[in-house]
Design a protein around this ligand. Structure first.
Ligand SMILES: *Cc1c(COP(=O)(O)O)cnc(C)c1O
Length: 483
């Protein structure tokens, strides 16, 4: 073995570190890559190697690594206050971030240009419904509960929803509805509402028993069906589930627009509009998990905006701190907050905490990230970058082993299949995506396919030239994986 700094680090690592989401045995043949520094879209090894971070390091690195405004805010905060428990104490970063999140959160009736009125058929199906789904009557998100990672935010939202109903004397509501193909994290509650067999099945005996409703995933549309048709059909199926189960259901949880870890599967925004209407009609909560899709990934600041909806709980993490610090937040409504507000002896308080809840350094990183989104035309630039990316990946539609090329904003995916006509997938055991990963690493590119789905979720600082290179390496990798 060569005796570079990188290889010495790799050897030390493999002796003591147990890596996430990894069969460690793979590293008998797969290189472990030490990273020494990062800048913009690039990661650098200790000996000069470099990789373009085409997946934003698991979707966290929103604007690019070490954005100067975030770095400056972190340094400044370190000279003031490192941490203080958030129970009984508070600090300006936590207050200001909560104010800012409330200010930018999806608003009732705030999307005149893209308010998607429920399709007529759906409205007719909602006789006497409160029609809050048409947005105008939705309650705004005015309250922020902090946690310190995405899974914890999901735990918070699930517990809050259940506890809300319990505080109202509706403790018989103990179940959640989740979508097939959805992903919400790895802790037991979050994993319970996740439907990715690879992560869930092993632990099934330990998990809650949610009701899985069919995903509006447009890849699973029937022949001739548009994504909007598919969404409408799935809403009809959800209605049937609600008719049977609403009385025992706390909430439905969804990843708006893109089911990310489940394979970058995408659906029509009208599903969200119809979903909001159904949640109102059947009086259950809507939990929007925007941990991956929030902060401009899908073309709007929040994906919910494209459906013209306000959820009852909005879960945020990943890009929140621009990929620098672990932080998450759950936004909710005054109505829900008030159901917990009572004399202590009433036993209604939400007694949930994490040690690093609302950490000031993390909050400053988030404030700096949001200030960039506010002061710079990030979403506008993303529109041009997304159009460039779309043009580059379009030719793959004709590839004999590509079943689907799809994109929502700054998320794009290429679905590889064994048989293009029947869409029969490659057997998972062939690990074709892993070959793309390997090829990427050998060519300065961090691509990390989800099974046989090659995807791009680059930091927003990526340039058109870098997009060209990213797609070119992926295409070569795909050819190599198919050979
Ligand atoms: C990553 C992710 C989570 C979990 O976040 P962690 O910080 O990894 O626990 C939950 N939901 C979605 C949609 C995610 O992409």
């Amino acid at each position: 073995m060569d005796n570079t700094h990188a290889s010495r680090l790799a050897a030390r690592d493999l002796a003591v570190v147990w890596h996430p989401c990894t069969q460690m045995h793979d590293h008998e043949t797969l290189p472990m890559l030490p990273i020494a520094r990062a800048e913009g879209a690039w990661l650098y090894g200790p000996d000069g190697g470099r990789w373009l971070d085409a997946v934003s390091s698991w979707w966290t690195c929103l604007l690019g690594h070490r954005h100067p405004r975030i770095v400056a805010a972190l340094k400044d905060q370190l000279d003031r206050l490192d941490h203080v428990m958030l129970a009984g104490f508070t600090h300006e970063p936590a207050i200001e971030l909560a104010e800012e999140l409330v200010r930018i959160a999806p608003k009732p009736g705030a999307f005149p240009s893209m308010r998607a009125v429920p399709p007529p058929a759906l409205r007719e199906e909602v006789p006497g419904g409160r029609r809050r789904g048409s947005v105008v009557e939705s309650a705004p998100l005015t309250r922020v509960f902090y946690a310190d990672n995405g899974s914890s935010a999901i735990e918070v939202a699930l517990k809050l929803s259940f506890h809300y109903w319990r505080n109202l004397g509706r403790g018989e509501r103990t179940r959640f509805i989740a979508l097939t193909g959805g992903y919400h994290g790895e802790t037991l509650g979050a994993l319970s509402v996740t439907d990715v067999a690879l992560y869930r099945n092993t632990y099934a005996a330990l998990l809650l028993d949610p009701i899985f409703a069919p995903s509006p995933d447009a890849y699973e549309a029937e022949p001739g069906e548009s994504p909007a048709d598919c969404a409408r059909r799935r809403l009809g199926e959800l209605r049937a589930i609600l008719e049977r189960h609403a009385h025992e259901t706390c909430a439905i949880i969804v990843e708006p627009l893109v089911q990310c870890a489940g394979g970058m599967r995408m659906h029509d925004a009208s599903y969200l509009t119809g979903l909001r209407a159904l949640c109102d009609e059947f009086d259950i909560h809507l939990i929007a998990d925007e941990i991956a899709v929030g902060f401009g990934r899908t073309g709007t600041l929040f994906a919910c905006e494209q459906g013209g909806i306000v959820p009852d709980f909005l879960c945020l993490s990943k890009g929140l701190t621009g990929g620098t610090m672990a932080l998450s937040a759950v936004l909710t409504t005054a109505q829900i907050y008030e159901a917990f507000y009572a004399e202590y002896s009433a036993g209604k308080a939400f007694l949930h905490s994490h040690s690093y809840t609302g950490n000031p350094i993390a909050c400053r990183a988030a404030l700096a990230t949001l200030s960039v989104l506010r002061d710079e035309p990030v979403l506008e630039r993303n529109r041009a970058l997304a159009a460039h990316l779309a043009a580059r990946i379009a030719p793959l539609k004709d590839h004999p082993h590509v079943a689907d090329v799809r994109q929502t904003g700054m998320i794009a995916a290429i679905e590889l299949v064994k048989d293009k006509r029947t869409r029969e997938p490659f057997p998972a055991a062939e690990r074709r995506g892993l070959r793309v990963y390997r090829h990427g690493l050998e060519n300065e590119m961090l691509l990390r396919p989800l099974g046989n789905i090659v995807y791009f979720m680059p930091p927003f600082c990526i340039t058109p030239d870098e997009i060209d290179r990213m797609v070119a390496v992926a295409v070569e990798g795909i050819e190599r994986a198919l050979a």
